[in-house]
Design a protein around this ligand. Structure first.
Ligand code: ADP
Ligand code: GN1
Ligand code: MG
Length: 358
């Protein structure tokens, strides 16, 4: 199957306006949603490319989604300071932003950023600070686009009450008889639902500005250069209207601990306040001047909220029989849910420290 996909990828690559010639195509990256391939160029003066088969079960509106990405990357390119660069979409031979194959799959190509690095687990506080600053600069540099100008690719993506409703339904249906194995986590999720709904409630009341947010700012979605400087924010599928807490929170979720997203040994899930401080310093250096007092006041809660959202999404997917996220072993979604809800709990325990830092 893997081989077939790579052959198909090569066939698809020829539909795009590539320079040079293809030396090899290999499966690439650790994303949970799309299928990603790296195209090596045999012509060293031409770029390498990143080819992706878009998961259209997750993203059904590929056209408007690609329009969002084009709008945002052009905007960032027009104003970027020298430190930051933006993704470059390679059009098809017909000049389109993506193409559809005979099986109904959608494909796109970006220039591959050869000398930049993505960290699944970020190593140093300097790297965390740089990643935070890059994600903050992303929000700031897009703050002059009206959120209403962007298409909502995935509605209610970080809407906690809606996510809790989905979990409730999954528990009730219990299609795979997995409720018993998840019971402790389900109880924690319902106990925290009210507290975790605060941002959404204030947003619904019109008390938080809707901004152009990235919505998937896990740390491996910012590329750093070899000197550890933040250079490029990637994975722009979910760029759409949102609240700043979604972006700040997902960055915190994926940088405050050295444990993996699906860490099995929950004793390893510990919060390092120096990591939180580094991320906040970077993020706020870029955004402090544009955030409202209420937005700032809610930032300490954001990391716990995003860990909670991921926890209940993984748990829902486990109960539903692993229909959304790619998994590599049968209990992985349960393990991810346990790790993320533990992380949420550990962040909540440190709330006073986080407030003092912000
Ligand atoms: P997913 O939505 O599946 O997470 P991403 O767009 O994040 O897909 O791509 C998967 C991985 O590929 C990223 O985590 C990163 O390591 C790498 N990657 C993505 N885009 C680029 C790029 N333009 N240049 C270099 N590496 C990239
Ligand atoms: C998915 O595509 P990827 O792996 O960057 C998911 C995010 C989750 C993340 C958890 C569209 O992101 O929301 O935070 O997994 N993306 C979508 O690792 O659901
Ligand atoms: Mg990604």
């Amino acid at each position: 199957m893997q081989g077939d996909t790579t052959v198909q990828a090569e066939h698809l690559a020829h539909q795009f306006q590539l320079e040079g010639s293809i030396e090899s195509i290999t499966v690439f990256g650790t994303g949970h949603i799309n299928d990603t391939f790296r195209i090596k160029n045999s012509d060293t003066t031409a770029p390498d490319y990143l080819l992706q088969r878009i998961n259209h079960l997750v993203f059904p509106d590929v056209g408007p989604m690609m329009e969002n990405i084009a709008k945002v990357t052009e905007h960032l390119k027009a104003k970027s300071s020298s430190q930051y660069t933006s993704l470059t979409i390679i059009p098809t031979r017909e000049g389109r932003l993506f193409c559809k194959d005979e099986h109904g799959n959608y494909w796109r190509i970006f220039i591959f950023m050869k000398d930049l690095i993505s960290y699944d687990i970020v190593e140093t506080t300097e790297q965390i600070y740089e990643g935070g600053k890059a994600f903050g600069a992303f929000l700031r540099d897009l703050s002059d686009i009206s959120a209403a100008d962007l298409f909502t690719t995935l509605s209610r993506f970080h809407d906690v009450p809606w996510r809790v409703g989905n979990l409730r339904q999954a528990v009730k249906r219990n299609v795979k008889n997995r409720e018993e194995a998840s019971r402790k986590l389900i109880r924690f999720a319902f106990d925290q639902a009210e507290r975790m709904s605060q941002v959404q409630k204030l947003g619904d009341q019109g008390r938080l500005p809707l901004r152009v947010t990235h919505n998937d700012t896990k740390f491996n979605n910012v590329l750093l250069d070899r000197n550890g400087k933040g250079r490029c924010v990637i994975d722009l599928d979910t760029v759409m209207p949102g609240y700043v807490h979604f972006d700040f929170g997902d960055g915190v979720r994926t940088s405050v601990s050295t444990a993996a997203e699906d860490e099995k040994d929950i004793d390893k899930i510990q919060i390092d306040l120096k990591r939180f401080e580094a991320y906040s310093n970077g993020y706020l250096e870029a955004t402090r001047n544009i955030l409202t007092p209420l937005e700032l006041e809610l930032l300490p809660l954001a990391g716990a909220m995003l860990a909670y959202i991921m926890g209940i999404r993984f748990l829902t997917d486990f109960l539903m029989g692993d229909v959304y996220y790619k998994i590599h072993h049968p209990e992985q979604n349960l393990q991810r849910a346990r790790a993320q809800l533990t992380l949420c709990d550990r962040i909540l325990e440190r709330m006073d420290d986080l407030k003092a830092i912000i």
